[in-house]
Design a protein around this ligand. Structure first.
Ligand SMILES: NC(=O)c1ccc[n+]([C@@H]2O[C@H](COP(=O)([O-])OP(=O)(O)OC[C@H]3O[C@@H](n4cnc5c(N)ncnc54)[C@H](OP(=O)(O)O)[C@@H]3O)[C@@H](O)[C@H]2O)c1
Length: 308
């Protein structure tokens, strides 16, 4: 008897006529996500901090039914996020908050936020809220199994920038926990508005990309280079949970990851999250802090630009 193949990019429902934005689209999971959506017929905007590298990545998307376009977006600079959103026109079916940095040496964004929290969470928080009036279907945010890392499983509300207590792994873990809490509170706000727009999250397991090459620790970088060869999936397999969350009919706040051992590899499936990532009170608190830090608030969707 033939066994059913796991869900893959060829199972993507037709995306013709749909528009998607993918952040961090010039490499790794981002370009794999773009490629699959464009082959399924979507018009995909590669939101990248370096347009030249974005154009080079866009040229690798060959033979697609859909189309691609490159626009500049630096998530570590709120002025750039505003510029990107200000120039947006027309419906946006899918916003995919994929970009990220991991375990990097201590650094700050243009606006003075710790770089991992600022890029992975605050930049996407601002982008999403600014684009939300245009979003017609869903927002998918890419988190990580690292949101569970022991010892860093809570948001440091007293010191979000980890000033004086910076650890590359704690900062990454905090930012990825923030991605999940953001999804939870966004979904709750959308539901309260009676909106049909959904917020979902995904994680790729372990995928061999550029992410591991910027680690602040040489030893960890070497270890991860070995893991990339022995354990990791490729970027196309790693992008499947994102694509599944972006296109399958799943409830809001769903979290999709690989179904294999330790959620490191495998086909996309609904997965669990830590207790901290399910804490509605922390989600509300993080939302308020993020509004205060970015100056961007949840839009009034009854005056949405798109739709009825
Ligand atoms: N790979 C894994 O095993 C793994 C596991 C769990 C979660 N994730 C998550 O998956 C997502 C994608 O990562 P990846 O593995 O594909 O790594 P990647 O190949 O390094 O891709 C990350 C992308 O984010 C972009 N980026 C970084 N800072 C940015 C900024 N300030 N503004 C705009 N774009 C920015 C990068 O642009 P540049 O090329 O210009 O640097 C790059 O295109 C991340 O959110 C990561 O946390 C990955």
């Amino acid at each position: 008897m033939a066994t059913k193949q796991k869900w893959n990019a060829s199972d993507l429902v037709d995306q013709s006529g749909r528009t998607a934005v993918v952040t961090g689209a010039n490499s790794g999971l981002g370009i794999a996500t773009v490629d699959a959506l464009a082959h399924a017929g979507a018009h995909v905007v590669l939101a990248v901090r370096d347009p030249q590298r974005g154009e080079a990545a866009a040229r690798t998307v060959r033979g697609a039914r859909g189309s691609v376009e490159v626009r500049r977006l630096d998530l570590a600079d709120l002025a750039s996020v505003r510029e990107f959103a200000d120039s947006w026109q027309g419906p946006l079916d899918l916003l995919i908050n994929n970009a990220g940095v991991m375990n990097i040496p201590e650094a700050s964004t243009k606006d003075g936020f710790e770089m991992q929290f600022g890029t992975n969470h605050l930049g996407h928080f601002a982008l999403t809220n600014l684009l939300l009036p245009y979003v017609t279907d869903r927002v998918v945010t890419v988190s990580s199994g690292a949101h569970r890392i022991p010892g860093s499983t809570h948001i440091r509300f007293h010191n979000l920038n980890l000033t004086g207590e910076y650890s590359p792994t704690a900062a990454y873990s905090q930012s990825k926990l923030a991605n999940l809490l953001f999804t939870l509170e966004l979904q709750s706000r959308l539901a309260a508005e009676g909106s049909s727009v959904r917020a979902l999250a995904a994680h790729p397991g372990w995928a061999a990309t550029n992410l591991q090459g910027h680690d602040a620790s040489l030893a960890r970088r070497a270890l991860m280079a070995v893991g990339n060869r022995l354990i990791a999936q490729d970027n196309r397999a790693g992008a499947l949970p994102t694509l599944y969350a972006a296109t399958e009919d799943l409830p809001g706040a769903s979290y999709v990851g690989p179904d294999g051992f330790g959620e490191m590899r495998g086909g996309p499936a609904l997965v669990g999250r830590s207790a901290a990532a399910s804490d509605a009170e922390s989600a509300v608190r993080l939302w308020a802090a993020s509004e205060r830090l970015t100056g961007v608030t949840f839009p009034q969707l009854f005056s949405r630009v798109v739709g009825v």
